[in-house]
Structure formats: C-alpha cells, structure tokens
Design a protein around this ligand. Structure first.
Ligand SMILES: C[S@@+](CC[C@H](N)C(=O)[O-])C[C@H]1O[C@@H](n2cnc3c(N)ncnc32)[C@H](O)[C@@H]1O
Length: 333
C-alpha cells in the first residue's frame, strides 16, 4: 500500500522539512515522520526512534569549542564520540577533496568515489531509464556522483540519521561542516563549499536496507558500496537488490568482507568461516556462486569485477585503514 504525505508542518517551497507520512491502509495508518527534510521510513518507527533519537534530536548549531567540550565530557566510546568519529572518516573520504585545508596525502580522499566510478564502468551501458538507489549512502557523495552518471532520480538511504543530515546539508546548501578528527578526542571544525550539480535529482531517506520500502523492479541502477558486510543478512540484501532492479538494470557492489559479529553473525558471513570446507573460507567464490547467472539465487548475474580495489578510510592524522575491496558490476538476470 502506498505511503502518502498526510501533514506538512514546515516547508520551504516544495521541500518538506517537517511532516508526517502515513500508510493509506485504513487498518494500518502507520505514521512515518519527516524530520529536517529526511523521511524516516522503517518498519518499526518506535524502535528506530528508540535507537536513534539522540541523532534525530542532535543539534548542529553549537560553536566548535562547545562541541569539543561536549565531546571531552561524553568521552571515548560514547554515542557522541562514535558518531563524530564515523562522520570524520566518511566525510573525509566523500568530500575531503573540496576542503582547501586538506594537505596532500599518500591516501587522498575520494576512494569510495573512485571505486563507484570504476564499478559503473564495469557495467558498461547505463541500461534502462529509471531511478537509482544508493544503499548505505552515508554522508552522500556517492548519491551525487550517481546523479552525474544517471539521468533519473537518485535516492540515498542509510540508517544513520547523523550521516544523512550531513548529506542533506551538502545537497541543500552546497556546504559541508564536520568535526575532523586530529587525534584521540581532538577534533577540528571544517567548513567548506562542495559542488552540487543537480540537487533536484537527489533525495535522502532514513531506511533499513533489510526492509526497503520500494516496489519490485523499480530501480534502473543500485549502488551498495561497502555495505554487504555491515548488515545482518548479506544474502538477503543481494536478493533484495535483485528484486528491486528492473530487467537488465545494473548494480555496483563493493565489499572488503570486513566481517564483524556486531553487524553480522558468522552464519550470515559470505566466506570468512568454514576453513575446512570446500571453499576453505574464501569469500569471493561464494559471492560469485550467488551471482552465477545459470543458477542465480539472487536474481543477479556478475558482469565484471576487480578483486582488489583500494578503499581507504582515514581514522586520524596518523592512521588510515587501507582495505582491498571486491568490486563488482552485476545485472538483473
Ligand atoms: C562501511 S559504511 C559505507 C558508507 C559508504 N557507502 C561508503 O562506501 O563510503 C556502511 C554504511 O551503511 C550504513 N548501514 C549499515 N547498516 C544499514 C542498514 N541496515 N540499512 C541502511 N544503511 C545501513 C551505515 O550507516 C554506513 O553509512
């Protein structure tokens, strides 16, 4: 049943900043909030708000000194500290190339973007016309890149509301503001302009990749950059992507198979276990088997791959993690 915009509480032109969506089914009438222009469309809104309420209510108007004081007080490992740490790493990679204060580095930002572009090249032709879905879009650069490479609407989805807020700010203001980690609890406020070519083509929603609220065969292109090893059911995500793609639609997948039990229980891992089994614990052959056209369990077929695409994530001034990502272009069977 389609979801409709029931009330608008705050808007700027066509941009709804606050409102309520609801399910049209009379016995359901499930309500979904729109906060700061970001619709929250997840199966269990109450649970989402229970888990993410402080992200949703977080303020972004504090001066840099006050923000660092809060960070010191909250301390290492707090939700505040973990969030700004993740945002520091992902903004650096997604948007750092536009930061005039960013010094040349052996690990320049833009690794995910290079990986995504190479993945789109693996797909070759753009395929059918239609919208694009960017799963696990984080702070939004991939969605903007996709808008430059595809003609239709691009929707970036992620569960992390704080990251989506950064993405939306870049989209609507052409400005990125973030706390860039120097070392430990020491963060520097960075603020810089970023180019946004077709803002009307892009939107960001809070959705769960494990329960995506879209009709089957709706998307011409899907990207899932470094997400497969972050969800509870990686095979389920592949099947969902297969179901969402139009006939001959294409998807770009990248993963460093960086499995952790925080995200995925070992039985859900693709590789990384069963060392004495037929595949000796290797991940790549298992994923290829899931994408084998003749017996595809996922509705996807592999059309091209790079087994060792570099993806690096800056942690602080003296630390960058270098991953070797498995990059794949796949098409709907
Ligand atoms: C490793 S990061 C990769 C971010 C970005 N795609 C990139 O490559 O730079 C994984 C992203 O997936 C998001 N994520 C994790 N589980 C998710 C889920 N179930 N639904 C939607 N997004 C999810 C995280 O919040 C995070 O932004």
């Amino acid at each position: 049943m389609p979801i409709v915009l029931a009330t608008i509480e705050r808007r700027i032109g066509d941009d709804v900043l606050e409102g309520i969506l609801h399910c049209q089914e009379p016995v359901c009438r499930q309500e979904y909030p729109i906060v700061d222009g970001i619709p929250i469309i997840v199966p269990d809104v109450a649970k989402y708000l229970g888990d993410f309420l402080w992200h949703v209510n977080a303020r972004d108007d504090l001066s840099a000194p006050l923000e660092t004081l809060l960070g010191d007080a909250a301390g290492p490992g707090s939700a505040f500290d973990t969030t700004r740490f993740h945002i520091s790493s992902y903004v650096h990679d997604h948007w750092g190339e536009f930061d005039p204060r960013e010094a040349p580095s052996a690990y320049p930002s833009g690794a995910m973007g290079r990986c995504l572009s190479a993945g789109l090249d693996l797909l070759g032709s753009a395929g059918p016309d239609g919208p694009t879905l960017d799963i696990g879009c984080s702070v939004g650069r991939s969605s903007m890149t996709l808008a430059g490479r595809r003609t239709g609407l691009v929707l970036g989805i992620d569960l992390n509301f704080s990251m989506l807020r950064v993405a939306r700010r870049a989209l609507t203001t052409g400005e990125v503001v973030y706390a860039r980690r120097r070392i430990g609890l020491v963060y520097d406020r960075r603020r810089f302009a970023v180019p946004v070519d077709n803002p009307e083509q892009v939107d960001f929603w809070a959705c769960d990749a494990m329960a995506m609220p879209f009709a089957a065969k709706h998307f011409a292109t899907v990207a899932a950059m470094n997400v497969l090893d972050c969800v509870p059911d990686p095979r389920g995500l592949l099947m969902a992507i297969g179901a969402l793609l139009m006939a001959d639609g294409g998807a770009v997948l990248a993963t460093p198979y960086d499995w952790s039990t925080q995200a995925t229980l070992p039985l859900g891992w693709i590789g990384g276990h069963s060392q004495r089994g037929a595949m000796e614990g290797a991940a790549e052959p298992q994923l290829r088997a899931l994408l084998a056209a003749e017996a595809s369990q996922t509705g996807l077929r592999l059309v091209g791959e790079v087994t060792d695409f570099p993806w690096h994530v800056r942690l602080h001034d003296r630390s960058t993690v270098v991953y070797s990502g498995h990059l794949m272009g796949v098409r709907a069977v």
